[in-house]
Design a protein around this ligand. Structure first.
Ligand SMILES: [Zn+2]
Length: 331
């Protein structure tokens, strides 16, 4: 139940819209819900389905507590069918099974709903089979197709569906979600500013080196701000040992981008306080810089990201950045 309470807060515009459509009896036959992994496409489809079947709905909003709502949430409602990829694809037999289920009248009422996850993974024959079904909907059926990549779905299918893109969460929403999942406030604030996806944040949070990387990179940045030469050896001594692959490289670089951007906020007196444990020390040092220098620093780091894209050695790139940043701030 928790996930579906959450979706109401995360996708307010869409849940309000769909509650209204349910209330007015104006639901369409097929919806295509699109957005990145972890954004809540499945939770939204379930929430709308609960709204359709709920015995105690209020203005189209499901109660999330009645037997209908609970059975939909747990995937045990006889009139709600889920299709997920069987291995790498959704096969034509899965769509045939779906159609046979829907040729019977509703087990308990006359309504039925189905949810196809990763709809872009349908084989061509599965997609064609579904297309015929969407063209001749039998009875009172609502279809939800979920995908991260709408351009991989047959245009003929897209044209049969109403398309809705789920909004990305704001930093504040993301931080709140991460805290609910048991991540400490300090860490959630950094993660919530580092990415715009819950799935991505959780993946980074699960990286066993992440906390240490944050601490070491903050020390490295502090030393740059203090003109302390230790920053040069720290690249090899305390940063690179925590980097195991390309994903880690991207995290490290994004942390540096966050540090230099945060410096702009600090300089202009905004108290975002992203790197809580170091913020007081950062603030004292950043206030002595000039607006030009802190802006140039952001450009330097963004340039560095471009260099990495063309496969220069990561160590060379970060060492060069350490020198460039030191000069930028202090020369
Ligand atoms: Zn209910």
């Amino acid at each position: 139940m928790s996930d579906n309470n959450e979706i109401r807060k995360q996708q307010t515009v869409l849940t309000d819209y769909f509650a209204n459509m349910i209330d007015q009896g104006h639901l369409a036959h097929a919806y295509l819900l699109t957005g990145p992994k972890g954004i809540g496409k499945r939770a939204l489809a379930l929430w709308i389905t609960q709204g359709i079947f709920c015995k105690n709905k209020i203005a189209g909003n499901p109660c999330l507590d009645c037997e209908e709502c609970r059975r939909i949430e747990s995937g045990n409602h006889p009139d709600v069918v889920h299709v997920v990829p069987d291995g790498l694809s959704i096969k034509v037999d899965q769509i045939r099974f779906l159609k046979s289920e829907f040729s019977k009248s509703g087990v308990e009422g006359n309504r039925k709903a189905f949810i196809i996850e990763d709809a872009d993974k349908m084989t061509i024959s599965a997609a064609n089979s579904l297309l015929k079904f969407l063209e001749e909907p039998s009875g009172d059926v609502v279809a939800f197709l979920l995908t991260e990549t709408v351009n991989r779905i047959l245009p003929t299918i897209v044209s049969r569906c109403q398309l809705f893109e789920l909004a990305k969460p704001s930093s504040a929403q993301l931080i709140a979600m991460l805290k609910k999942k048991g991540i400490t406030t300090d860490k959630a604030v950094i993660l919530g500013n580092l990415t715009d996806s819950l799935a991505e944040s959780e993946k980074i949070a699960a990286n066993e080196n992440f906390d240490k990387l944050v601490r070491n990179i903050c020390v490295w940045y502090l030393h740059i701000l203090q003109e302390d030469a230790r920053c040069f050896v720290e690249v090899q001594m305390s940063l690179l040992p925590l980097i195991n692959n390309k994903d880690d490289e991207v995290i490290l670089l994004n942390l540096i981008i966050l540090l230099v951007k945060n410096s702009i906020s600090v300089y202009y007196g905004k108290k975002d306080n992203i790197f809580v444990k170091f913020q007081a020390e950062f603030t004292g040092l950043i206030e002595r810089l000039t607006a030009d220098k802190i802006t140039q620093a952001v450009e330097l780091v963004l340039e560095t990201r471009k260099k990495l894209a063309v496969n220069v050695s990561f160590q060379n790139v970060i060492e060069a950045l350490t020198i460039d940043l030191s000069q930028c701030y202090h020369v």
